[in-house]
Design a binder for this molecule. Structure first.
Ligand code: FAD
Length: 166
């Protein structure tokens, strides 16, 4: 099962000549398979868009998967989003969400959109950045530790290439 856990996963694309006419899907919970017929089919699968285009035999949809991690600190460090004024880098935005604060990396290239590894070095680096930012944060920021961590992958368009059906 892909790391993104689509509940209804497209496993094949129906085509009639040059036209996409729907998809064959599988319910990840029950394993049940079914067909969906459509006049228009939108491929909105982010980092997986290239793989899904491949299912349709469409060449040229090149998506670069980028993996990043987010950590939730076990305190609400700030009451509004804090974004450091510098060139974008890891851990430069702190987002308060209810009782925690979320900080993340930007992303780094991976060949596999299902790559959800969490590298402890990245976690440590974010914690370090948070401490640097903490110089201007309230005193309670000093006590914050890592509560939860997660990894995700996003897709970025590679240099455009002509898209064509094979
Ligand atoms: C590391 C990282 C950094 C980010 N940085 C930023 C940022 O700086 N600024 C910002 O605005 N946003 C950022 N984001 C958010 C993100 O890039 C997008 O805003 C958004 O989540 C991408 O939307 P999407 O619809 O293209 O893809 P997704 O939200 O990934 O949606 C794709 C969906 O397709 C599903 N799927 C995959 N394969 C199949 C299949 N075979 N069948 C059916 N469904 C399938 C997946 O399960 C998923 O639900 C970041 C995300 C990550 C992971």
């Amino acid at each position: 099962m892909p790391g993104s856990f689509p509940i209804t996963a497209v496993v094949a694309i129906h085509r009639e000549s040059d036209e996409v006419t729907g998809a064959h899907v599988r319910d990840a919970r029950t394993g049940e398979e079914s067909d969906i017929h459509a006049r228009v089919t939108v491929n909105a699968t982010g980092a997986w868009a290239g793989q899904v285009a491949d299912l349709a035999g469409i060449e040229g949809v090149r998506v670069l998967p980028g993996r990043g991690i987010m950590i939730a600190m076990n305190h609400r460090l700030v009451n509004t989003v804090v974004n450091r004024c510098q060139m974008p880098t890891d851990g430069d935005i702190i987002v308060p969400i209810r009782t925690v604060s979320v900080i993340g990396t930007t992303d780094q290239h991976t060949d596999d959109p299902d790559d959800h590894t969490i590298d402890q070095n990245e976690v440590d680096q974010i914690a370090r950045r948070r401490r640097e930012a903490g110089a201007r944060l309230p005193e309670r920021a000093g006590a914050a530790g890592v509560d939860r961590r997660a990894a995700a992958v996003r897709g970025r368009q590679a240099s455009p290439t002509p898209i064509r059906a094979t």
